[in-house]
Design a protein around this ligand. Sequence first.
Ligand SMILES: [Zn+2]
Length: 250
Amino acid sequence: MTELLIAALAGLLLGHLLDLAFVRFYTSEDLATPLHHCPACRSPFRARFASPLTGYVMSLGRCPDCRAGLPVRSVILPLGGAALFTTSVAVFDNFGPGIVGGVFATVFLTLTLTDFERRLLPNRIVYPSIVLAIALSWVWPHVSVPEVLAGGLAGLALGVSLLIVSLPFGKGAFGIGDVKMIALIGFVVGPASLLVGVFVGSVVGGLIAATLIVARLKSRRDYMPHGPYLALGAVIALFWGPELWDIYTG
Ligand SMILES: [Zn+2]
């Protein structure tokens, strides 16, 4: 019980930090520039936004200076981080791997948000995460270090293949960012769970895209981000990959 509580607090903290740094992930802005809480008026940072979650709630989701709506991610990232860390520790039933799993699940949540908000899977998140995944490759109970490295290389190969196959469908069908993200997933979960994750992500993404097209909410030519579905598949693979792989292989 104490472990779950610590995990929730760790996830809340990481979600907050990622939200505070969020805008710097996809601009060339220096990481050390002053923080501002409102993307609309870029008014100076106020003390209450030191915690983006309580800042958002206390301001009722609006900037106190210009009344523009504040980004909902300030709520999603801290609460999502807390939920993912808690789930991770519960699923791994082991505090160390559980916390590391929570970190990567929260990274995937962050990539979902950057892809929805800016259609980007920023290098500033993906590259350090790959380095971290390799550095922590010894932590996982079900995946060995060689498997993690093989998973990353398999992810790279799979991503490049998907990129080549998607070329006839035009720009935006599948991007370099998606390739890097699949490599990252491989470096986190290993080759077997990577396939589980990409499969789950493709099925869910395909179903949602088909539904949107049938409902005429989107056309075939509209941009459809892959990142959020890959991220969903990655989190499922991270938490339940070995079990799903066992079911698949009988
Ligand atoms: Zn404002």
